[in-house]
Design a protein around this ligand. Structure first.
Ligand SMILES: Cc1ncc(C[n+]2csc(CCOP(=O)(O)OP(=O)(O)O)c2C)c(N)n1
Ligand SMILES: [Mg+2]
Length: 619
């Protein structure tokens, strides 16, 4: 056997740079490189391996959590056909990546995490940053990755790498099982040499299959559709990741079945397609929610049915409602006791369409879909209309950015009140135009993720829309964007606090307690004083960004034009109204205190119990 004497760190990098994926005959390297921050737990192992392999790009970031967000956003834009490896030292560097890992796993997006780990030799323990345990020596902070990883392993001997790396790739490239994969790398083992078999470093192509549906189940699905009166599609992220948007369009044009879209599924059809009812669920449009509420057959395609999609299980009110779930993951296809059509969305829709020849919903049903669509379009125009009063509303900002963005450009967001407004209002024209991380809704995702999205799609403008709270949580990667000459446009909406959680607080009777960015006031002892003097423009400028301060919609429009001409990352700041939001058209279950000394909480609890009555089990 021909062997190569390499350290574990060197072997990992040599292996990673030879992994490729192929789908539909198109082949690409799976890893775009490695992101991270060095420390004593990684520098001599993987760090040295990276230094020896300059053809595997190493990008230094500012926070390990952000590395994972960059990788996640890259993977999302690549429809899961590419990602980055993310490295960290041991201890806090490693635990910093756990939030990112959870975010990737929940969103079903592949990221490879390589945290350093404590010495396996143990005689030097406790090493700096080591968590000691009085009941076992076989534990470290990296065990915290277990529930948030789809595959987890620790390399305690160099040769374990040989069997582990194939599992790493199997899971990362599996459309049904993908998520965060964690390979914990003890700092001594990383630097140890071993005679690795030469074949480990050969080019390997992982073929991404498109599993076809079971023929019997598909026939049953076609039968259910034919006998349904009010079928509706819930399009999730799976439609986009499987590149099923073209066939979905054909499917709805032949059958007339209207489409509603989840956060990850928005863009499955262009917003102005007559059968696209738009956003569904808690942040859905009135039309989409009316259709799902009355539907007797819900066809979920590539959706996890999160509580935002199901309006906390109140979205489907027809007593006869049944579900067909087309999903690559068996786990999701069985949700709501659906007919489980476990398969790739694209091939499944092709086959299903063949079985539906001659079937079409009634003209009346189609006419109604068209009419609610028109109503919503007019409503969006109203929200986008500039009133002239200051501070501007968030909806006016969304409107201005949406109007300015080109058809292939991308809006990117994750947490706050923006996701809901964007879900409802944004007019998406391209399947990759709407990048919302709303599986984990990670505050801090935005600025980092913008870099990943731009690296995946350099030919698109990336508009990162971010609230002041999210920006304050993680704006550090602006430095990385400048370092890598990656240009994104960040629109920072400052409403001096949490519009989202403030509104939520009000709805549970708590009067926005603890949700505003204000000085602590002596008189009240609470955060009720003047607004805090944060200067966002100065902050962004200090990190190296080009900054434009807008005050109204006119200056915002000018700023967007100027930002487009810039070649480096640009931050546009604008103050927005904390209180003027877009209304919601469905319920979301958030717990309310059952007993309270505050009257408004008692009232909210009564409403809560009333709303809960609409909740259903789908059995
Ligand atoms: C890491 C994290 N912490 C807390 C939350 C809960 N949370 C969701 S949105 C939000 C406030 C976001 O503030 P901002 O970015 O200013 O947006 P706004 O609500 O004002 O629209 C909070 C605290 C979260 N999603 N993620
Ligand atoms: Mg805010």
């Amino acid at each position: 056997m021909k062997t190569n004497r390499l350290t574990v760190g060197q072997a990992i990098i040599r292996f990673l740079k030879n992994q490729y994926v192929e789908r539909d005959g198109i082949e690409n390297p799976f890893f775009a490189g490695c992101l991270g921050i060095f420390g004593h737990g990684i520098i001599a192992g993987v760090g040295e391996g990276l230094q020896e392999n300059p053809d595997f790009k190493y990008i230094m970031t500012r926070n390990e959590q952000a590395s994972v967000h960059i990788a996640t956003a890259y993977a999302k834009m690549k429809n899961r056909l590419g990602t980055f490896a993310c490295i960290s030292s041991i201890g806090p560097g490693a635990t910093n990546m756990i939030t990112g890992a959870a975010c990737a796993t929940i969103n079903r997006l592949p990221v490879l995490l390589l945290p350093g780990d404590i010495f396996v030799t143990r005689n030097v323990a406790p090493v700096l940053q080591q968590l000691e345990s009085p009941y076992t020596q076989d534990i470290s902070v990296n065990d915290c990755y277990k529930p948030v990883s789809k595959y987890w392993d620790r390399i305690s001997r160099p040769e374990q790498l040989i069997t582990s790396l194939s599992e790493v790739m199997r899971v990362l490239t599996s459309p049904s099982d993908t998520g965060a994969v964690t390979l914990a790398l003890p700092q001594d083992v990383q630097a140890e040499a071993f005679d690795f078999p030469e074949e480990l470093f050969g080019k390997r192509i992982w073929r991404i299959a498109r599993p076809r549906p079971d023929s019997g189940i598909l026939k049953e699905a076609a039968g259910m559709i034919r006998t349904s009166k009010k079928p509706v599609i819930v399009a999730g992220g799976g439609v986009i990741y499987s590149e099923a948007t073209e066939i979905l369009k054909k499917f709805v044009e032949q059958t007339g079945i209207p489409v509603t879209e989840t956060f990850a599924g928005k863009g499955s059809l262009p917003f102005d397609h007559q059968s696209n009812l738009g956003a569904v669920g808690v942040t859905g449009t009135p039309g989409a929610n009316e259709f799902t509420s009355q539907s007797d057959l819900v066809i979920g395609i590539g959706t996890r049915y999160s509580d935002f999609t199901t309006a906390s299980k109140t979205a489907f009110q027809n007593p006869e409602v049944k579900f067909i779930n087309i999903n690559i993951a068996e786990f999701d296809s069985h949700k709501h006791c659906a007919l489980p059509v476990t398969s790739d969305a694209r091939v499944c829709l092709e086959e299903l369409l063949n079985q539906l020849a001659g079937y079409k919903v009634t003209d009346e049903y189609t006419r109604h879909a068209v009419s609610v669509n028109k109503d919503w379009d007019n409503k969006v125009n109203e929200f986008f209309k500039v009133s002239g009063s200051l501070p501007v509303t968030q909806a006016e900002v969304v409107g201005a950015v949406n109007e300015f963005a080109g058809p292939r450009d991308v809006v990117l967001c994750a947490a706050g009140s923006l996701p809901g407004d964007l879900h409802k209002l944004w007019r998406t024209t391209d399947p990759k135009g709407f990048h919302l991380e709303y599986g984990y809704s990670t505050m801090g995702y935005e600025c980092a993720a913008g870099i990943g999205a731009k690296m995946a799609c350099p030919d698109r403008e990336i508009f990162v829309m971010v609230g002041d709270g999210n920006y304050l949580m993680m704006n550090n990667e602006i430095v990385t964007a400048i370092q890598e000459k990656v240009k994104v446009t960040i629109i920072l909406l400052n409403n001096n606090g949490f519009g989202s959680i403030g509104g939520l607080s009000q709805s549970i009777g708590s009067d926005r307690f603890g949700t505003r960015y204000r000085y602590r006031e002596e008189k009240t002892g609470q955060l009720t004083g003047e607004k805090l003097p944060v200067n966002f423009a100065q902050n962004a400028r200090s990190l190296g960004a080009h900054v434009i301060e807008a005050t109204d919609i006119d200056s915002l429009k000018k700023a967007l034009k100027e930002a487009k001409k810039q070649t480096s990352t640009t931050v546009i700041t604008i103050e927005t109204d904390l209180y003027k939001g877009v209304p919601g058209y469905a319920w979301w279950e958030v717990a309310v205190a059952e007993v309270s000394a505050i009257d408004s909480v008692g009232k909210a609890y009564k409403d809560y119990i009333e709303n809960k009555k609409k909740q259903r089990y789908h059995l």
